[in-house]
Design a binder for this molecule. Structure first.
Ligand code: MG
Length: 299
């Protein structure tokens, strides 16, 4: 059975007919937040309900990297290569320093605690952009059931000054986010409150030089499933989570094809020698597939 579903002929050149979608490790409860460390030759990812961050290497497989992880969810790296993490448990965004200590980048807005930061991206100017839905405080499964004190906003924090701004305030539940390769666009998923009829789409915003955002409307609606997390390749195509795998969406918002995965996908990242390998977090497992594409994320 093919691992791919071709919707648009262009997708045929993106995938490799003989490359398997390979399960790399399994036995987790809800994997999320994959981030590639080429310098260390490893993938880090969250196993949220088990309160741990895992490290996978081709040589040794998966082992615990950090436990407890404060129910960490999404991760990325800043321009200096440091790990940036969203933590449900302590309702904050942290940076792991080179010596292993944690620096809190954001844990409150206007004097109120954040909800449960979910996913994060760093712009080339060093600013850290993250989503703050309430999923991690709704139950005790992925954090601690707590009172919600803030709307589910998207924030930008400047680590140099600590200044935090609510940059998008009209979301139901913002989730995955990514910049286009030239950072002129910001994509943000809205995965709703899981009620029937709630949004499960990706919205697009134009990013001005002064970082103000202009709403470009709904970019794409994932079906089946939701755009929990996604990354962008060097040509600006989005590779997004979906219920049946990973969907590839071109910069015009058209579905080009799918990487079929046998579990519900939460998130992806590019990694490997040439950033040509897509790592996929999917419920109890992680998978990867080599592509004829390259991820845009730096480092
Ligand atoms: Mg997410």
């Amino acid at each position: 059975m093919s691992c791919f579903e071709i919707v648009d002929p262009r997708f045929e050149t993106f995938v490799l007919g003989n490359a398997p979608v390979k399960q790399l490790a399994t036995g987790f409860d809800w994997t999320e937040g994959p981030v590639w460390f080429g310098d260390a030759g490893c993938l880090l990812f969250s196993d949220i309900p088990n309160n741990r961050i895992m490290r996978w290497t081709p040589e040794a497989g998966a082992a615990v990297y950090r436990q407890p992880s404060n129910y960490a969810n999404g991760h990325t790296r800043d321009r200096e290569g440091r790990l940036i993490s969203c933590e449900h448990g302590l309702r904050r965004v942290t940076r792991t320093e080179y010596d292993g200590s944690l620096t809190v980048l954001a844990d409150a807005f206007e004097g109120k605690p954040l909800n449960s930061p979910n996913d994060v991206v760093v712009k080339s100017d060093g600013t850290v952009w993250f989503t703050d839905p309430h999923y991690g405080i709704m139950t005790n499964y992925e954090g601690f059931k707590s009172e919600q004190e803030l709307p589910c906003n998207v924030y930008r924090v400047d680590p140099a000054t600590g200044a935090i701004a609510a940059v998008l305030t009209d979301f139901n539940c913002p989730n995955g986010l990514a910049f286009s390769p030239d950072e002129s666009r910001l994509y943000v998923a809205d995965t709703g409150r899981m009620f029937r009829g709630d949004p499960r789409h990706i919205r697009v915003f134009d990013v001005a030089d002064d970082l103000t955002l202009t709403d470009g409307g709904v970019f794409h609606t994932i079906d089946p499933g939701a755009a929990d997390g996604f990354r962008v390749d060097t040509d600006g195509n989005l590779w997004s989570s979906a219920a049946d795998g990973v969907h590839c969406i071109d910069p015009a918002g058209r579905l080009l094809g799918k990487v079929l995965v046998p579990e519900l996908v939460s998130n992806v990242c590019f990694g490997g020698r040439a950033k040509h390998r897509l790592f996929i977090t999917a419920t109890t497992s992680i998978y990867s597939v080599a592509l004829n594409r390259q991820g845009v994320q730096k480092p």
